[in-house]
Design a binder for this molecule. Structure first.
Ligand code: ATP
Length: 222
């Protein structure tokens, strides 16, 4: 059996926060491979400062050039229209052998809006989730504790979710399990990086060296 993770996002740009947490997920769940999937038109995000998909993909390639277990997928960039996760999951299910176990990796902040995603109910029938929880305050001072997650899951997704005996996941009779995984809090976001660049502040500690060089050479986010 092979275990594969799917990790979507805007990656505008990819940063050390993303890299740190998905390495932790990979190790924690014994995943063989993780696909990083940049979205073309993120349905939820402002598009002003969004750099070209080709540049975002290139930065992901550079970030993982020494990590063969991480691959970038351009599936959402090849599709026209907004990027819906449901289509991406269907795509991977159709191209991968049946004995592969797929997991959808999402940050807790993204998960807490999942009832706004296209066909989200079907998503819970199709693929187990790994929700990355960071238990410190976010930039806006919000703190999401385990209770927030559990309330959301039960009230907005399905009251049938119950915590498993091992307490590592929420299980459901008809739906796929949802695992909650604590990751090391890293106070980095793409927004922060774009802000730093606009102010002329260094981003050395926020992105891999090759990504920093690429951003500089191409004059991105100025
Ligand atoms: P932006 O600041 O532009 O909103 P972002 O840094 O949150 O971007 P995304 O590309 O939207 O980056 O992130 C993809 C996924 O990575 C999301 O599920 C998000 O929750 C998660 N993520 C982003 N930064 C971190 C971080 N520092 N630690 C853990 N997860 C993160």
């Amino acid at each position: 059996m092979e275990y594969i993770g799917l990790f979507g996002g805007t990656f505008n740009p990819i940063h050390l926060g993303h890299i740190q947490v998905i390495q932790e997920v990979k190790k924690g769940f014994g995943l063989d491979k993780i696909f990083i999937i940049p979205s073309a038109l993120p349905p939820h995000k402002e598009r002003d400062s969004l750099v070209e998909a080709g540049d975002r993909i290139e930065m992901i390639r550079l970030a993982f050039s020494n990590h063969p277990d991480f691959a970038v997928s351009d599936v959402e960039l090849k599709r026209s229209g907004p990027s819906y996760t449901i289509d991406t999951v269907r795509h991977f299910k159709s191209i991968l052998p049946e004995d592969i176990e797929l997991y959808l990796i999402v940050g807790l902040d993204a998960f807490l809006e999942i009832d706004t995603w296209e066909s989200y109910k079907d998503l819970f029938l199709m693929i187990p989730f790994i929700v990355m929880s960071r238990s410190t305050a976010g930039e806006d001072g919000t703190v999401y504790g385990p209770k927030t997650f559990e309330n959301y899951l039960k009230s907005r997704i399905s009251g049938g979710y119950k915590i498993s005996a091992s307490q590592s996941s929420y299980i459901h009779e008809e739906k796929q399990p949802v695992f909650v995984f604590n990751v090391t809090p890293v106070d980095i976001s793409s927004t922060k990086i774009r802000r730093f660049i606009k102010k002329g502040r260094p981003i050395k500690s926020l992105v891999p060296e090759l990504v920093e060089a690429f951003i500089k050479t191409k004059g991105l986010y100025l």
